[in-house]
Ligand binder design. Structure first.
Ligand code: SF4
Length: 102
Protein backbone atom coordinates (compact mmCIF):
# COMPACT_ATOMS: atom_id res chain seq x y z
CA UNK A 1 0.00 0.00 0.00
CA UNK A 2 1.32 3.44 -0.92
CA UNK A 3 0.94 6.23 1.60
CA UNK A 4 0.22 9.81 0.61
CA UNK A 5 2.87 12.46 1.17
CA UNK A 6 0.55 14.04 3.79
CA UNK A 7 0.45 10.87 5.85
CA UNK A 8 4.22 10.52 5.52
CA UNK A 9 4.63 14.11 6.72
CA UNK A 10 2.38 13.34 9.67
CA UNK A 11 4.51 10.30 10.53
CA UNK A 12 7.62 12.48 10.33
CA UNK A 13 5.98 14.94 12.74
CA UNK A 14 5.15 12.15 15.16
CA UNK A 15 8.78 11.03 14.97
CA UNK A 16 9.96 14.47 16.02
CA UNK A 17 11.45 15.53 12.70
CA UNK A 18 11.68 19.36 12.67
CA UNK A 19 8.93 21.26 10.81
CA UNK A 20 11.52 23.01 8.60
CA UNK A 21 12.83 19.67 7.39
CA UNK A 22 9.30 18.38 6.79
CA UNK A 23 8.44 21.57 4.88
CA UNK A 24 11.58 21.19 2.76
CA UNK A 25 10.66 17.58 2.05
CA UNK A 26 7.07 18.53 1.14
CA UNK A 27 8.29 21.31 -1.14
CA UNK A 28 10.56 18.88 -2.91
CA UNK A 29 7.73 16.40 -3.32
CA UNK A 30 5.47 19.11 -4.75
CA UNK A 31 8.18 20.33 -7.10
CA UNK A 32 9.07 16.96 -8.45
CA UNK A 33 5.42 15.90 -8.67
CA UNK A 34 6.64 12.38 -9.25
CA UNK A 35 4.79 9.46 -7.76
CA UNK A 36 7.87 7.26 -7.99
CA UNK A 37 9.69 9.56 -5.62
CA UNK A 38 6.81 9.51 -3.16
CA UNK A 39 6.80 5.72 -3.34
CA UNK A 40 10.56 5.62 -2.86
CA UNK A 41 10.31 7.89 0.16
CA UNK A 42 7.48 5.78 1.58
CA UNK A 43 9.60 2.63 1.15
CA UNK A 44 12.55 4.32 2.85
CA UNK A 45 10.40 5.48 5.73
CA UNK A 46 8.95 1.97 6.03
CA UNK A 47 12.45 0.47 6.27
CA UNK A 48 13.44 3.11 8.79
CA UNK A 49 10.32 2.43 10.86
CA UNK A 50 10.91 -1.35 10.80
CA UNK A 51 14.41 -0.75 12.12
CA UNK A 52 12.91 1.05 15.11
CA UNK A 53 14.10 4.45 13.80
CA UNK A 54 17.63 3.49 14.79
CA UNK A 55 20.01 6.39 14.24
CA UNK A 56 23.35 6.18 12.51
CA UNK A 57 26.36 7.39 14.43
CA UNK A 58 27.43 10.98 13.82
CA UNK A 59 30.52 9.65 12.03
CA UNK A 60 28.45 7.45 9.73
CA UNK A 61 26.03 10.27 8.93
CA UNK A 62 28.96 12.57 8.14
CA UNK A 63 30.48 9.90 5.89
CA UNK A 64 27.19 9.50 4.01
CA UNK A 65 26.71 13.25 3.66
CA UNK A 66 30.24 13.57 2.30
CA UNK A 67 29.34 11.09 -0.44
CA UNK A 68 26.09 12.92 -1.23
CA UNK A 69 27.81 16.31 -1.34
CA UNK A 70 30.17 15.02 -4.01
CA UNK A 71 27.32 13.44 -6.01
CA UNK A 72 25.82 15.04 -9.13
CA UNK A 73 22.34 14.12 -7.91
CA UNK A 74 22.63 16.17 -4.69
CA UNK A 75 20.73 19.48 -4.92
CA UNK A 76 22.23 20.94 -1.76
CA UNK A 77 19.28 19.74 0.34
CA UNK A 78 17.70 16.77 -1.39
CA UNK A 79 18.66 13.88 -3.63
CA UNK A 80 17.27 14.46 -7.12
CA UNK A 81 16.71 10.72 -7.53
CA UNK A 82 14.75 9.89 -4.41
CA UNK A 83 13.57 13.37 -3.37
CA UNK A 84 14.66 12.82 0.23
CA UNK A 85 16.14 15.48 2.48
CA UNK A 86 19.59 14.01 2.88
CA UNK A 87 20.39 15.45 6.32
CA UNK A 88 17.44 13.40 7.55
CA UNK A 89 17.82 10.29 5.42
CA UNK A 90 21.51 9.86 6.19
CA UNK A 91 20.77 9.95 9.92
CA UNK A 92 18.90 6.62 9.90
CA UNK A 93 20.81 3.34 9.91
CA UNK A 94 18.29 1.55 7.67
CA UNK A 95 18.31 4.24 4.97
CA UNK A 96 20.30 3.72 1.81
CA UNK A 97 21.37 5.42 -1.38
CA UNK A 98 19.30 4.38 -4.38
CA UNK A 99 22.56 4.04 -6.33
CA UNK A 100 24.22 2.06 -3.54
CA UNK A 101 26.91 4.69 -3.01
CA UNK A 102 26.44 4.36 0.74
S1 SF4 B 1 21.54 9.38 -1.99
FE1 SF4 B 1 22.98 8.54 -3.48
S2 SF4 B 1 22.28 9.28 -5.48
FE2 SF4 B 1 21.30 10.56 -3.90
S3 SF4 B 1 22.65 12.33 -3.64
FE3 SF4 B 1 23.26 10.80 -2.13
S4 SF4 B 1 24.92 9.62 -3.12
FE4 SF4 B 1 23.81 10.74 -4.74
Amino acid sequence: MTRSSDSIAESMRQDGIPEEAIAAWQETQAEVGCLDKVRDAARSIGSIARSGFRRATAEEQARRMGICRSCDHFTGVTCALCGCVMEIKTSFTAAGCRQRRW
